[in-house]
Structure formats: structure tokens, C-alpha cells
Write a protein that binds this ligand. Structure first.
Ligand code: SIN
Ligand code: CO
Length: 370
């Protein structure tokens, strides 16, 4: 269990300043070892890379790997999106359930040998660096203090900085770093680091979402009109009113409820590969399974979202799934759980609908049963 107070952390540190959370995960057990991490780095579905400092030179080699001869000098192997492939990652990720699902990006795991690190750099996302086995020295500098200095293709390092945090982490310690704060970790004893990263769309990405919505069937784009346009003597001019009218068209598209619905779908997109399903599960079969003591299990890495302004809808990996509106509060609770048993369902106003919805989610490959 995470030994911090989520309320105080969010109030004092989240998106504000970095902090060291000593022994925040007491008795932390590594999810894997370096050999298993290397196994994951061989999978084509996972994004992996080796960053090394060897013969006085930095280099980055992109995975997937067939063998590991690149592990020379001071090297770090980093594998991203591990939360979707490792059942055991669910428990670690659930420690951060005090931050909404839609903000969570992924779990990256790195293994670094003594003296290694990826060099000073800045990330555009919030990150919790959970120290696994081994130990590392982390230095964090003030935001905007860094100037980009890429030492090799694919490596976004920054100039060395004056640290405001200089600490040594051992197993179970966590370092939280908000976006934009330069940081640098060097390895004291060969180490596993678990980075829980968060995402926050920028304006360009949101504009992309709007463009995607405008091209979808749900949208009927309105066009600029000017029936009251007077004859002009200055054909090169466009006036402030015309620009305001153009921007109003865009504002109206953004304010349209249909766009909100698309936005919710897009925010739930995770690039999850649904689990293959042998045969469709029927509502009745699922009900029997649960009544006989069975469980419904969320697949690793699946992070659904619900919005209280859209009761009776859940959004999973870019898809919208409808259920009975009366079940919204219960579904908010059930969908946050990694496993669901009969006891969890006792307060459902319409439990047939709950079974029907989860049977659908099982058939879609996002939940399973045991
Ligand atoms: C690492 O695990 O070495 C890199 C993590 C980070 O700085 O984001
Ligand atoms: Co970083």
C-alpha cells in the first residue's frame, strides 16, 4: 500500500514541485527481473530501447531486440507500456488510483547497470519514479533552467543543471517529477526503475481531436455564411467581425455536445490490443458464473472512463458502451476495480444490466473472468 496521503500530495506537489516520497511503498516487490525485462524488449508490440554511454559516446538503439550485444559500457534498457502486458503491474498502477484514469499514460520499466543513466533530460509529463531493486542517485533541477543538448540521434538531453533535489533512492522510495523539471538519474547499484507516467493533451492534440470529430458521421459541420455582405472597395481586407464569426464557428463546434462525446471516446483511447475471445459470453452465463463464486477480471492496463454528465455510458479504449443510467454510480465503482465478485454488485439497482454490460465488455476483449 502506498504510504502517502493522496490529498496532501495533490495539494502540495502535483504539477507544482518535485518531491521524494521515502519508503512510500514499504516492502516493495519487483514485478520482474532484468532477464524478464529483456524478454519483453524482444516483443514487437512493446516500445523498447537501449541508451548507452560507451567509449565516451552516447547512443540509442531502438528495439525490439533479438539479442543484447548492444548492452555494452554503461547501458540502460527501457521498455514502455508494460502495464498492458504484465498482470502483476495492475496492483502497482492501482496505488495511483487517486489520479484519474484518463490522465494515466503508461508504466515504463528500466534496468540500468552501475554508473548508467539516460543523462539529464526534461519530460513533458508528470512521472512517479518508483525505485525497485538496486539504488540510484537522482538530481532534479528547477524548471526552465535547461537548454537542449542532444548528444546523439533520438536522445533529448539537456545541459547539466544546478540541482534543487539531490537524493539517493532505494527499493520502495518514489521520486515525483512534474513536467518540465530537468532530472538525471545515475545508478549506484544495478537498478530497476518503474516510471508511472501521465499524459495531458496540448492544444495541437485537442485540435486534432476536433478535426477527427468533424470528419466523423456524428458531425454536421456548419459553414461560414455572409448574406449581409456589402460591396467592398477594399477587396484585400478581412475585418474583425469576419474573423470573430469564423472563430465563433469553431467555438460552436467545440461547445457541441456531440464533440464532448467524441472527446470522451478519444480520451479513453489507449491503443489496447483486446484479448482474443473464444466464444461469446451470454448475460445468463456470466450471472451463473458470478453466483457460483466466480470473478470478473479487468485486463491489465485497461483504464475505462465515465463522465457524470453522460450517465449510462462508459468509454473504453476509444469505444463508447451504453448501460442503464440507474447503474451509473455502481458502474463508477465496479469499473475502477481490477476484480469484481458477487459482493461488489449487491448495491446495483439493475443487476441484469450490469451482467449484460460486463458480458459485452468480456466479448469485446477488455475484461475476462475466472
Ligand atoms: C530511467 O528509468 O532511467 C529513466 C526514467 C526517466 O527519467 O523518466
Ligand atoms: Co525522465
Amino acid at each position: 500500500m502506498l504510504a502517502i496521503c493522496p490529498d496532501s500530495f495533490m495539494r502540495d506537489y502535483w504539477q507544482k514541485k518535485p518531491c521524494v516520497l521515502r519508503a512510500a511503498l514499504p516492502d516493495f516487490n519487483d514485478l520482474l527481473d532484468e532477464n524478464e525485462l529483456a524478454g519483453l524488449a524482444m516483443e514487437p508490440e512493446l516500445d523498447s530501447r537501449i541508451v548507452r554511454f560507451h567509449n565516451n559516446q552516447w547512443s540509442m538503439i531502438q528495439g525490439p531486440f533479438e539479442e543484447f550485444s548492444a548492452c555494452e559500457g554503461k547501458w540502460t534498457l527501457l521498455v514502455q507500456g508494460v502495464d498492458k502486458y504484465l498482470d502483476d503491474a495492475s496492483e502497482l498502477m492501482s496505488q495511483f488510483n487517486f489520479i484519474p484514469n484518463w490522465r494515466v499514460d503508461d508504466l515504463m520499466i528500466s534496468y540500468a547497470v552501475e554508473g548508467a543513466g539516460v543523462g539529464p533530460h526534461v519530460d513533458q509529463y508528470d512521472v512517479f519514479l518508483v525505485q525497485g531493486k538496486g539504488s540510484r542517485r537522482w538530481r532534479v533541477g528547477p524548471p526552465k533552467s535547461s537548454v537542449a543538448r542532444p548528444p546523439a540521434a533520438g536522445l533529448c538531453q539537456v545541459e547539466p543543471f544546478e540541482p534543487i533535489i539531490d537524493c539517493e533512492l532505494s527499493s520502495g522510495d518514489i521520486l515525483y517529477i512534474p513536467p518540465g523539471w530537468p532530472h538525471d538519474g545515475s545508478t549506484i547499484v544495478s537498478a530497476l526503475t518503474y516510471s508511472i507516467g501521465f499524459r495531458a493533451p496540448d492544444q495541437a492534440q485537442l485540435a486534432g481531436y476536433l478535426a477527427e470529430h468533424m470528419q466523423s458521421a456524428e458531425s454536421l459541420p456548419a459553414r461560414y455564411t455572409d448574406p449581409a455582405l456589402p460591396a467592398t472597395e477594399a477587396p484585400v481586407s478581412i475585418n474583425r467581425n469576419e474573423i470573430t464569426q469564423l472563430k465563433t464557428l469553431l467555438h460552436n463546434a467545440i461547445d457541441d455536445n456531440a464533440f464532448t462525446f467524441t472527446l470522451l471516446k478519444l480520451l479513453s483511447e489507449q491503443g489496447l490490443e483486446p484479448e482474443p475471445v473464444d466464444a461469446d459470453m451470454l448475460t445468463k452465463q456470466l450471472q451463473q458464473h458470478i453466483d457460483n463464486g466466480g470473478l470478473i477480471i479487468k485486463h491489465p492496463g485497461c483504464r475505462p472512463i465515465l463522465c457524470d454528465d453522460y450517465t449510462g455510458w462508459c468509454f473504453v479504449n476509444g469505444e463508447a458502451i451504453e448501460f442503464a443510467q440507474v447503474n451509473h454510480p455502481v458502474m463508477r465503482n465496479l469499473m475502477a476495480k481490477s476484480t469484481i465478485s458477487r459482493a461488489d454488485m449487491t448495491l446495483a439497482p439493475d443487476d441484469l444490466d450490469i451482467f449484460c454490460t460486463f458480458a459485452r465488455l468480456i466479448n469485446m476483449g477488455y475484461w475476462g473472468y475466472r
